[in-house]
Design a protein around this ligand. Structure first.
Ligand code: FAD
Length: 324
């Protein structure tokens, strides 16, 4: 992290909450479900789809899962009554993954089933590497229960990702659907790439492998080298917007998705790149977080990866670099 990022980090704990709220408005839709719906409606002219995430902090008891269960039910209900192209993303630990695996599986199974009634796709976000195995297992268990509207995220920076892609391809076949990102959590060099260039290359390689394994691929990066490599890989395989996916076998595409792939962006980050991709016919999706715990969420993300402070600072000082 550069000096400016470090300064921002040092001042965060004493920065008035109202100011943090002002900054985070770009990245978080607001505290309430109605805020998420409003922002999606406002953005509907931008020819994009959404995946909505309910913000929350770590839970330590199973009772702590109840607010998430209730809010995701409300969210799914609201999406199903709207004409928005929106799916949901969730963190398995918010459903008790760290406390009681069986409980978390049942809770997630109920959510995924309810989402499926309205053709809504459920993405299990990937948390730090201590959760990779249990998150993959929960997805496999959901799949073996017959749920097809569920997928995970793999992080390019983790050394295990290539093996995980092969494992998912084997388990889910033409229903395999992964989001590939660099990974927000800083992981040790024993299990992860740690330099910028290695992470970029590994993330692009993961996208390429996922395409070759016949998966539906969510390319979740704002970084030009990753996006450009993905575009080249798509083009060289003849996978292009508004054309049938030439892969054999091609993935089974779920409702509201693109032709075998989509580009995903965080709310508030590099909207110009997203709009350009959309205007060239690619399906784009905005990851849209909302929730009362926006403050804890913002602070935790900054603690987990202080490099974000620099992006935030840059977007304040040089707003033209980072329009919503
Ligand atoms: P970077 O080099 O970090 O960013 C490129 C440029 O994008 C920066 O220069 C900056 O201008 C802008 N930028 C990037 N991030 C931010 C930010 N937070 N605020 C402001 N500007 C920013 N990680 C996980 O570990 N698990 C997940 O489940 C997960 N889901 C994700 C879902 C989506 C849709 C996206 C887009 C990312 C997700 N991530 C997840 C985060 C991801 O792993 C990266 O940490 C993050 O996207 C930054 O990497 P980058 O590829 O965008 O490249």
């Amino acid at each position: 992290m550069n000096l400016f990022g470090r300064v921002i980090m040092a001042f965060m704990p004493i920065t008035p909450k109202a100011f943090i709220r002002f900054i985070s408005r770009r990245y978080v839709a607001g505290p309430e479900l109605e805020d998420a719906l409003r922002v999606m409606r406002e953005m509907s002219s931008e020819n994009t789809s959404f995946t909505v995430d309910v913000l929350g902090e770590d839970i330590s008891t199973l009772e702590g899962t109840q607010p998430f269960i209730e809010e995701y039910n409300r969210l799914i209900e609201a999406i199903s009554q709207s004409d928005l192209n929106a799916h949901v993303s969730l963190k398995p630990t918010a459903f008790g993954l760290d406390i009681d695996y069986g409980y978390a599986l049942k809770a997630l199974s109920d959510i995924v089933r309810k989402a499926n009634e309205s053709q809504i796709y459920v993405r299990l976000d990937m948390e730090d590497s201590t959760h990779t195995e249990s998150t993959l297992k929960i997805m496999e268990d959901l799949y073996s229960e017959g749920h097809l509207n569920v997928g995970v995220v793999l992080q390019g920076r983790l050394l295990r990702t290539n093996d995980d892609l092969l494992r998912i391809a084997e388990t889910m076949g033409k229903h395999a659907d992964v989001r590939i990102c660099k990974g927000i959590y800083l992981e040790p060099s024993e299990i992860a790439y740690t330099s910028y260039s290695d992470i970029v290359n590994a993330t692009s390689d993961a996208v390429e492998t996922a395409l070759d394994l016949g998966m539906y691929v969510g390319i979740a990066s704002h970084d030009h080298p990753v996006i450009n490599a993905a575009l080249q890989n798509l083009q060289s395989r003849g996978i292009m917007p508004e054309k049938p996916d030439p892969r054999k076998p091609a993935p089974v595409v779920k409702p509201g998705k693109g032709g075998g792939y989509e580009f995903q962006f965080l709310l508030g980050v590099r909207g110009d790149v997203r709009r350009r991709l959309a205007s060239n016919g690619h399906l784009t999706r905005v990851y849209l977080p909302y929730g009362k715990q926006w403050y804890e969420y913002s602070m935790r993300r900054l603690r987990e990866n202080p490099g974000i402070a620099w992006h935030v600072a840059k977007s304040i000082i040089m707003p033209w670099t980072n329009r919503r």
